[in-house]
Ligand binder design. Sequence first.
Ligand code: NAP
Length: 234
Amino acid sequence: MKERVIVVTGGNRGIGHEICRQLAQLGLIVVLTSRNEKEGLEAVANFNKQGLSVRFHPLDVTSPSQILKLKDFLSKEFGRCDCIVNNAGIFLDNKEGNFFNTDIATVRQTMETNTYGPYMLCQALVELMKKNNYGRIVNMSSGLGQLNDMGGGYAAYRMSKTAINVITKVLAAELAGTNILVNSMCPGWVKTRMGGAGATRSVKEGADTAVWLSTLPDGGPTGKIFRDRQEVPW
Ligand SMILES: NC(=O)c1ccc[n+]([C@@H]2O[C@H](COP(=O)([O-])OP(=O)(O)OC[C@H]3O[C@@H](n4cnc5c(N)ncnc54)[C@H](OP(=O)(O)O)[C@@H]3O)[C@@H](O)[C@H]2O)c1
């Protein structure tokens, strides 16, 4: 069997960068994507210096044309795509914001990146997974998107993360019976530019469940949401 090829979005920094490191350390071929080409290339050069098999491809997840270019690259270079980690995300809500003063442009912009980007990427790349009847899709969600425990504030971000869970459920249902497993996860509160310095977890801890879901064995769970490798309620 050829080596597995894994696409990670938002790999230039934060949790995505650490996911790339951990997956490459397992010997997988990682395609680190980022919208910031300079930072993405620098990250890849550093990984390569450490002997890790990481390649770069530019990707702004909101760009349909860049998604098609990525698909073309994967087809020509590897003839496969075994895993997508939909990690890229934004948090635009004002910390003091509420439902009434969060303007709809903020909601739309957040949905474009956090939800519609992953939707389009899955639409494009699942075809390559079907070819080999193998695929793992990891959707980076958040506790803030859990309906089970939904509170006020952060309306745009919350909606986008609840909606990415819908992608997980619908895709998992439509791919039932195949060897393509689709799951959501929450990384916890992680020290990154988004999480801030007061967060309780390291990027290493935040990346762990994503790496585990990316490498699930055949017959593993699908259509579920996890935190610390444990299933949690929606
Ligand atoms: N940190 C936490 O506590 C926490 C908690 C729950 C969930 N999460 C989720 O975990 C994921 C990673 O977050 P993080 O904490 O690592 O945040 P981060 O440090 O702010 O990194 C976010 C990453 O997403 C990229 N990105 C944003 N918009 C993009 C776009 N349109 N196309 C491609 N890349 C884009 C950023 O690229 P640029 O450098 O170009 O901006 C960056 O690489 C996100 O989905 C986030 O919602 C984080």
